[in-house]
Design a protein around this ligand. Structure first.
Ligand SMILES: Nc1ncnc2c1ncn2[C@@H]1O[C@H](COP(=O)(O)OP(=O)(O)OP(=O)(O)O)[C@@H](O)[C@H]1O
Length: 283
């Protein structure tokens, strides 16, 4: 693994020294049992993510990005190695790690308010009154600009709004870690850009640690502190980690011709399309 090591001083400013190994992924491998025999999706994954860091996972389709995210979420367990969150082994899902999926997975018969309330109740229901839970729910919806749609059901709102409800639901749990699997993948370009900007603002305010799977090079450079590039599978591993030394807050229009932005973008494109050019293997 090579690292583009920009100076620490050039890294984005965030307050208070965060835990440098908040998420610690050590020698992780994942082998699936399949009808054709064992299939090794991931191998020798070593990655440390600091508290408050925004990490983008990028790589060609099928390389193992979701597999890695699911391991961090605790939805699956690794065949090799260990994953730690705040020095504790990840052994299953936990309220400190919330997941936002591409298909927002809202319950269609419940209002946006109730979809969020359900998550709030699960995390805080034992210790807080209903009024407090409702307050948390309303605050989360306000955070993503959806107070006006609280009473609507998922079928009555747009795809972008549904995705914002999914993000509100995840944020309402006050997770230490926000795990996002191509959260904007299904959206049109304009909605996607708006949600990216909103996410930048929210993350700046909440100081959450974020791991986001994406296929989009511009999204990765715009949002991330660190871009983790996976090699092609099978047995995918981390090919390169690129630090993105762009100060925050970040403005997409100003970045369009920023030399640092362009250099980072080129480095990722180079990795994906030159060094890891996707070759379809014969079945
Ligand atoms: N439960 C499973 N059983 C067998 N193979 C699996 C399983 N889950 C994933 N795989 C395989 O592991 C590899 C990595 O899959 P994964 O979904 O993590 O890739 P990805 O990088 O997220 O892909 P995409 O970008 O297309 O979403 C693929 O070859 C996939 O077919």
């Amino acid at each position: 693994m090579t690292t583009h090591s920009d100076t620490a001083a050039a890294l984005p400013a965030r307050s208070a020294p965060p835990a440098a190994r908040y998420l610690d992924i050590q020698q992780v491998g994942q082998t699936f049992k399949t009808a054709k025999g064992p299939f090794t999706a991931l191998q020798d994954i070593n990655l440390q993510i600091a508290q408050g860091e925004f990490v983008a996972l990028i790589g060609h389709s099928g390389c193992g990005k979701s597999t890695l995210l699911n391991l961090i979420a605790g939805l699956t367990t690794p065949t090799n190695g260990v994953l730690l969150c705040a020095n504790r082994e990840i052994k299953g899902p936990g309220p400190e790690r919330a997941v936002v999926f591409q298909n927002h997975s809202l319950l269609p018969w419940m209002s946006c308010h109730d979809n969020v309330y359900l998550a709030v109740e699960r995390v805080f229901g034992a210790t807080e009154s209903r009024a407090q839970l409702r307050e948390r729910t309303q605050a989360a919806l306000a955070l993503v600009g959806l107070s006006h749609a609280a009473g609507k059901r998922p079928g009555e709102i747009s795809g972008g709004m549904k995705q914002r409800v999914g993000i509100a639901r995840a944020l309402s749990m006050e997770p230490q870690v926000l795990l996002m699997d191509e959260p904007f993948g299904a959206l049109d370009a304009l909605t996607r850009a708006r949600l990216q900007d909103e996410l930048l603002e929210i993350v700046l305010r909440t100081r959450s640690t974020v791991v986001m799977v994406t296929h989009d090079v511009d999204e990765a450079v715009l949002l991330a502190d660190k871009i983790v590039m996976l090699t092609n599978g099978p047995a995918a591993t981390i090919g390169e980690v690129l630090h993105v030394p762009l100060a925050r807050p970040r403005q997409r229009v100003a970045l369009a011709d920023d030399p640092v932005y362009l250099r980072c973008r080129k480095a990722v494109l180079d990795f994906l399309y030159t060094r890891q050019a996707h070759v379809e293997k014969a079945a």
